[in-house]
Design a protein around this ligand. Structure first.
Ligand SMILES: [Zn+2]
Length: 478
């Protein structure tokens, strides 16, 4: 039996309990920093597996690690488990059916993510032990990926300093190790304070915080003309200053997020946005308080880890889909609104070729593995706190299909599939691929050296957090 077969057996022997763990977390559907029951479920299984657990790390109650084995290499595996607001949805049901109206749901499939990573960590530990090999496995329980993030705080606290390499994965519509990059991001609250007055009787005595926020938005929308392609500025009011037009609003809070290719670029863009905010405050004779609340570094896969993982994934192959899976995937694909479905079909035809479209629509689950191609690196619009791990230690994220082809993320359709037979199969393949990649890397000290060399070149010798030390995890505040 080779390493792949050994790990396959180890992971699949516990298939039912991993499906149950996924479904348990799917049912909890807790948002950023509120993931107490989800973290407890993962910790319970880690302890059952004999991992030593440390909780409440880096000033976050739901951040934890589980460690097993001993000696080098130190192998890190990242698990996420937070849900998204408003996406409550019954598992496996291809029509909109919230479990509880307005409640959160796993629209990014992080129930699968945390579970598969745990399955991989347990299998790697079992393999090292059974073969009398040296190696320490660390499962990193990372909260709040959908909110303010946690991994930048974990990296700042030095949790990855002693780790030789890190694998993670994300539920996707395809099986691949991508060369694409995600952008760096910075987020802040801008709080304007003015003076209230009767808007009809004595407006000259008032100073409007709402005017200031609106002028900031106008200024930033003009700023867009003079920023680089691919950079992003977006905002939302968290306090619009009240609902009475006859009162000059003396308080307004607006949340801004800016994105750019690198931390250095995003810091410059953020600085320009703060200048606009200060200008708006000056114009309106109000005060502005700027609270930097979150920042993630940009992410790209470590090429050594990515090549290793891609070869493993190709060896393992796609999840073994059957007719029942295809029927369910078709139902999900057909559940999208006509305008979305039209765009999905157009994109599928562009990506996979018009000649393959009919076959894909008949069996809309990815049944192959897209090879890793470092020459095809593109920037995605999104951001992830995995970026910070990638600056602290060699890091690679694998994708496996846990949803129908063309599926849109952060939707009730994703939440439904994450708790379905499709999600279950996707997470098992992810666990197998991560475990095999870990074992192959652990067996090759030269590859570990090369992977580290690449990371050191990227981070200039050491991880540097995009947030100042004064910014603490905004537990309960973001
Ligand atoms: Zn996600």
């Amino acid at each position: 039996m080779n390493d792949r077969e050994w790990l396959h057996n180890a992971v699949y022997a516990k298939r039912d309990s991993y499906a149950a763990l996924n479904d348990e977390i799917h049912g909890y559907a807790e948002t950023s920093f509120e993931e107490y029951r989800s973290a407890a479920a993962l910790i319970r299984v880690l302890k059952e597996e004999g991992f030593e657990v440390r909780e409440g790390l880096a000033d976050m109650p739901t951040c934890f690690t589980g460690t097993a084995g001993s000696g080098r290499p130190v192998i890190g595996i990242l698990g996420e488990f937070d849900a998204l607001d408003g996406l409550s949805q019954e598992a496996g049901v291809p029509v909109r059916k919230p479990v509880k109206e307005g409640a959160p749901g796993h629209g990014c499939g992080h129930c699968c993510l945390g579970t598969a990573s745990l399955a991989a960590a347990a299998a790697v530990r079992d393999y090292l032990e059974a073969h009398h090999l040296s190696g320490t496995v660390v499962y990193f329980g990372c909260p709040a990926e959908e909110g303010a993030g946690s991994k930048q705080f974990m990296a700042r606290a030095g949790l990855f300093d002693d780790v030789d390499f890190v694998y993670t994965w994300h539920p996707s519509t395809t099986n691949d190790v991508s060369a694409d990059c995600t952008t760096a991001i910075m987020g802040a609250n801008f709080e304007f304070t003015g003076i209230s007055a009767h808007a009809g009787g004595s407006p000259w005595l008032g100073r409007s915080a709402l005017d200031a926020a609106e002028l900031m938005n106008v200024g930033c929308n003009y700023l867009r003309e003079h920023i680089r392609d691919g950079q992003r500025i977006h905002y939302a009011y968290s306090d619009a200053g009240g609902s009475a037009p006859n009162v000059v609003p003396d308080h307004v809070k607006i949340k801004y997020e800016v994105r750019a290719r690198t931390v250095a670029e995003v810091k410059k863009l953020f600085e320009r946005v703060t200048k606009v905010a200060r200008g708006a405050a000056m114009m309106t004779e109000t005060e502005v308080r700027i609270d930097l609340t979150m920042a993630f570094s940009d992410f790209r896969n470590n090429s050594v880890l990515a090549e290793t993982a891609s070869a493993c994934l190709e060896e393992i192959g796609a999840p073994a889909w059957d007719e029942e899976d295809y029927a369910l995937a078709r139902a999900f694909l057909n559940s999208y609104e006509p305008v979305q479905k039209e765009a999905i079909i157009k994109e599928l035809a562009e990506t996979w070729g018009q000649e393959n479209l009919a076959g894909i629509l008949e069996k809309p689950l990815h049944s192959g593995v897209k090879p890793y191609d470092s020459s095809k690196a593109e920037y995605e619009g999104g951001s992830t706190d995995v970026g910070d791990v990638s600056y602290a230690a060699p890091t690679c994220e694998i994708h496996t299909a846990a949803a129908c082809m063309g599926n849109i993320g952060h939707t009730w359709q994703m939440a439904a599939q994450a708790g379905s037979r499709i999600g279950h199969k996707g997470l098992m393949t992810a666990a197998e691929a991560m475990a095999l990649a870990c074992i192959r890397m652990a067996a090759d000290p030269e590859k570990i050296r090369l992977a580290k060399e690449e990371t050191l070149k990227r981070n200039g010798g050491k991880y540097s957090c995009p947030l100042p030390d004064s910014v603490m995890p905004p537990v309960g505040k973001y």
